[in-house]
Design a protein around this ligand. Structure first.
Ligand code: ATP
Ligand code: MG
Length: 420
């Protein structure tokens, strides 16, 4: 019989790497916790219309990459391709915007699904830690989020990343720019796909990675020249606040993002060691999204950081995180009676907060000591019939090799002291 493999574009997280992944997720979220963001969890699937309306019909995410399906009951659902639409949907459904302070600040950590061409740094299931600040228009909020992401990456030891910053304008000035850009694009010789994109979502053409297209775009009207006074002033304040906080950024007038709902502040964190999958995180302001999904006007801003690519970035920079040992103490029983006693000792240690494991499976001394070494534990707890008769166990320091007898009833206190 053939065995199974994880589906294309997915991978399993296994020890010891899985411990690093947990630590990275935690580190990315830590700055948010300190800034008043509350944790939110939403379903992995939603009404497909939430994404087609929220993220936008003309985006690659919705038109090409969505895992959409019909249930036995006839509901049209989709696996979430991103977090923002779901978080806003949940906040609206629970009336958080009416019952609490504005902005409502939320963070999440979860898997996302996109039917993409799998390659390094691009998967069909991937993980994001994200933050949303819902219901306030304030440049300090945009700056806060960018600073928190910067803090998060730095706390992990990352240095070789850059922040790209742009403003996409608002509902006053963007349509004027959109029309001007469309006019310009109509004058170019473009392939069929790109012509269609130019009609549906012309700003996305600016984002085309092909050098040939980029060459044609020289001389295209730039959004910066079309920003209204309000948008210009807003953007200038975001830039000032970042500079005052010591957070460097690059103005990138061509930075657009793959989702339709962005307005004004848009940013991306790119890492220089990742090849073409260089974006480790991104986000921006989405003042129109709430209304697009049937809510009241709620200007908001948020970001999502890619955990998978953050790990690749750590690897690229050679940042090593010491894998935590699976336990501090590893018990090696010699004989049936010792097995019972040490099983009790291990249970007692765990209850006292000391991580402990045991050589299971009736191993002999040699195999059991090997298991203790491999576990990465600092101490082995060895006991045979003779020790037990005297109420003792042997505590072996696996780093130095020193072995000392310890009274069974002093074991917890002794280990707690030694592990301090
Ligand atoms: P890209 O331009 O690389 O496709 P994106 O603009 O589609 O990125 P977002 O939707 O902004 O990405 O998601 C935020 C972050 O999530 C990205 O910066 C990236 O780190 C991560 N991410 C997005 N898609 C994938 C994927 N298929 N696999 C792994 N990580 C991803
Ligand atoms: Mg993408």
């Amino acid at each position: 019989m053939s065995t199974f493999s994880a589906p294309k574009g997915t991978y399993d997280l296994l020890p010891p790497d899985s411990a690093t992944v947990l630590a990275v997720r935690e580190a990315l979220a830590a700055p948010l916790r300190r800034a008043g963001y509350g944790y939110i969890e939403t379903p992995v699937f939603e009404d497909v219309a939430l994404f087609s309306r929220g993220v936008g019909e003309s985006t690659d995410i919705v038109s090409k990459e969505m895992y959409a399906f019909t249930t036995r009951g006839g509901d049209e659902l989709a696996l979430r391709p991103e977090g923002t639409a779901s978080v806003l949907r949940a906040a609206l459904q629970a009336n958080l915007h009416r019952t609490g302070n504005l902005p409502v600040k939320l963070w999440y950590s979860g898997s996302q699904y996109r039917y993409e061409r799998p390659q390094k740094g691009r998967y069909r299931q991937f993980w994001q830690v994200g933050a949303e600040a819902i219901g306030a228009e304030d440049p300090a909020l945009d700056a806060e989020l960018i600073i928190l992401a910067d803090d998060a990456y730095r706390s992990l030891g990352l240095r070789n990343f850059r922040i790209l910053l742009n403003s996409l304008g608002d509902r006053q000035c963007r349509p004027v720019y959109r029309a001007a850009l469309q006019e310009f694009l109509r004058g170019l010789e473009l392939d069929e796909d790109t012509v269609r994109r130019a009609e549906l979502n012309p700003l996305r053409v600016l984002d085309d990675k092909r050098a040939s297209v980029q060459a044609q775009l020289v001389g295209a009207p730039m959004l910066a020249d079309y920003l209204c006074e309000d948008c210009k002033a807003y953007h200038e304040q975001v830039r000032e606040l970042l500079t005052a906080a010591g957070v460097g950024f690059e103005d990138d007038p061509k930075l657009v993002r793959g989702l339709d709902y962005y307005t004004r502040t848009t940013f991306e964190f790119v890492h220089d060691g990742l090849g073409s999958q260089s974006a480790v995180g991104g986000g921006g302001r989405y003042d129109g999204l709430s209304e697009m999904i049937g809510g009241p006007a709620l200007p908001s801003v948020g970001w999502a950081l890619g955990v998978d690519r953050t790990l690749l970035a750590l690897e690229a920079e050679g940042v090593v995180r010491e894998p935590a040992p699976s336990s501090d103490v590893f018990a090696v029983p010699l004989g049936e009676q010792a097995r019972k006693v040490l099983f009790g000792a291990v249970t007692g240690l765990r209850r006292e907060g000391v991580s402990a494991d045991l050589a299971y499976g009736g191993k002999g001394l040699k195999a059991a000591m090997k298991a203790a070494d491999r576990s990465g534990a600092r101490f082995a707890l060895v006991a045979g019939e003779r020790d037990l008769a005297e109420g003792l166990v042997q505590l072996k320091d696996l780093t130095s090799g020193d072995q000392t007898p310890v009274a069974l009833d002093a074991l917890v206190a002794t280990l707690k002291e030694k592990l301090k």
